[in-house]
Design a protein around this ligand. Structure first.
Ligand code: PEP
Length: 234
């Protein structure tokens, strides 16, 4: 069974999120889809649906706290209000744009692990590391597992090369298989690929060896396209 996740990043309003979630929910209810679907809306829309969706709604980010003085962040007190039990951790935009260190990422991971959250944990190398070759890439990726309990039962991994995220440049099948095979040899967890996955390449990517699904940004923001993506991987 494939896992398909949509990361809204900083897109969609409450109104358009509600429409998106309701329509995807309707589609999943009407069709026999075995694909596991996860949607990460903005934190302002985590409660934004009339009926509880038949799929997972997750937080793109939250601080490793119940509550406290962490300006601009939310904690579990807020997530609990919305019954959110799924979280994205280690996304490259948080690591590279917002400057989250591996230590902070691991602290967040352990905090949410202790609470039993479903964690989608992202790893992936920047372009300059990819250009150094496969060994350097794997070395870089393995360092992103420092402090992470890879045996955690509620863990899904997402390999997302930084150079492929939001660029329109998808990793080659060979790149994906090389990295996925190497990660799977060490860690036996569902492993998604992310990085410019689109309606027309999702089926092929998801059929590659050791690819268990996809984490998708840009191509998933349009609800018709997201439904087509689910359709193409069922
Ligand atoms: C992402 O943000 O996780 C992502 C994979 O984005 P995109 O699909 O736009 O490359």
């Amino acid at each position: 069974m494939a896992i398909i996740a949509s990361n809204f990043k900083t897109n969609h309003t409450r109104k358009s999120t509600k429409e998106f979630i309701c329509n995807v929910n309707e589609y999943l209810k009407k069709n026999e889809i075995s694909t596991e679907v996860i949607v990460f809306p903005t934190s302002t829309s985590l409660d934004n649906f009339d009926t509880i969706p038949s799929f997972f709604i997750g937080a793109q980010n939250a601080y490793a706290t119940q509550r406290g003085s962490f300006t601009g962040e939310i904690g579990t007190e807020q997530l609990d209000e919305f019954a959110i039990k799924t979280i994205l951790i280690g996304h490259s935009e948080r690591r590279h744009i917002l400057g989250e260190t591996q230590e902070q990422v691991a602290q967040k991971f352990n905090f949410y692990k202790e609470l039993g959250y479903k964690i989608i944990y992202c790893i992936g190398e920047p372009l300059e590391v990819k250009e150094e070759g496969l060994n350097s890439t794997l070395e870089y990726i393995y360092e992103q597992f420092i402090g992470i309990d890879t045996d955690y039962e509620n863990l899904i991994l997402a390999y997302e090369p930084v150079w492929a995220i939001g660029t329109g440049v998808t990793a080659t099948n060979e790149d994906i298989v090389n990295i996925h095979n190497a990660i799977k040899e060490k860690i036996s967890k569902p492993l998604l690929y992310g990085g410019s996955v689109k309606v027309n390449n999702v089926r092929e990517i998801c059929s590659l060896n050791n690819v268990d699904g996809a984490l998708i940004g840009t191509a998933s923001w349009n609800q018709e396209d997201f439904i087509k993506i689910i359709e193409n991987t069922k």
